[in-house]
Design a protein around this ligand. Structure first.
Ligand code: ADP
Ligand code: 5GP
Length: 216
């Protein structure tokens, strides 16, 4: 069984990259999560997520139907065992697009999974992508930026890093890991270096300082 876990701060580009992979390789399929978040205008129930209310989500938790679940940006998200078993049963390469808290829970349950952390080239570009997506308010984007910082500080839990600066380059690296099964130490070192730079940018960049004081 080959399961791939892909995590990245919101706005980094993981959905864009994963969708492209699925379109090109029919053996790769997303493991559709359940969420209590409302659907965005372009999202479809059962394709992007199984959109459920909080009551339903809580009963699934109580019944032990999730491999992992977490509260992310104020909403609940979880990976159901049944969805993953279905994909594995069909001989697919499932991709779990989960956050870092989710991987902290799931890594003990699926220790053979290949974990991939996608990084933005800078916080500034992450912020611009969140703005460009046009789906979240300023406050929501700020919450996502803060969470990005927390997630990046746990990137060491992953065994592959991809830097999404140029989308085609990032896609070709994702393909190498998922389709060719390759692992590059150079990418791991580059990823770790970038994590340090991102950490520094978040703490010291003037534009982040002024956003923080504006939103107080
Ligand atoms: P995520 O799923 O990680 O939240 P998305 O895939 O929704 O992120 O991407 C966020 C936004 O950034 C989208 O508008 C997407 O088109 C854009 N984007 C993704 N990758 C790049 C890139 N390499 N360069 C510029 N913009 C990008
Ligand atoms: P979004 O609301 O932008 O679709 O996703 C927000 C965050 O929730 C992303 O970091 C995404 O990876 C994470 N997420 C999506 N599905 C799951 C899931 O099933 N479990 C966990 N733990 N996180 C998830």
């Amino acid at each position: 069984m080959t399961v791939f876990v892909v995590s990245a701060p919101s706005g980094t580009g993981k959905t864009t990259l994963n969708r492209r992979l699925i379109a090109e390789f029919p053996e790769v399929e997303m493991c559709i999560s359940h969420t209590t978040r409302s659907a965005r205008p372009n999202e479809v129930n059962g394709r992007d997520y199984h959109f459920v209310d909080k009551e339903n989500f809580e009963s699934m938790v109580a019944e032990g139907r999730f491999i992992e679940w977490a509260e992310v940006h104020g909403n609940f998200y979880g990976t159901s065992k049944c969805e993953l078993d279905r994909l594995v049963g069909q001989g697919k390469k499932p991709i779990l697009e989960i956050d870092v808290q989710g991987w902290e829970q799931a890594e003990h349950k699926i220790p053979d999974a290949t974990s991939i952390f996608i990084l933005p080239p800078s916080f500034k570009s992450l912020w611009e992508r969140l703005e460009g997506r046009g789906s979240d308010s300023l406050k929501t984007r700020w919450t996502r930026l803060q969470n990005a910082y927390d997630e990046i500080s746990k990137a060491h839990l992953y065994n592959n890093f991809i830097i999404n600066e140029d989308i085609d380059q990032a896609y070709s690296e994702l393909k190498k890991v998922v389709i060719d099964g390759s692992k590059s130490h150079r990418h791991i070192e580059n990823g770790k270096d970038l994590c340090k730079k991102l950490n520094d940018e978040f703490k010291n960049a003037d534009w982040i300082k002024s956003l923080r004081s504006d939103l107080k």
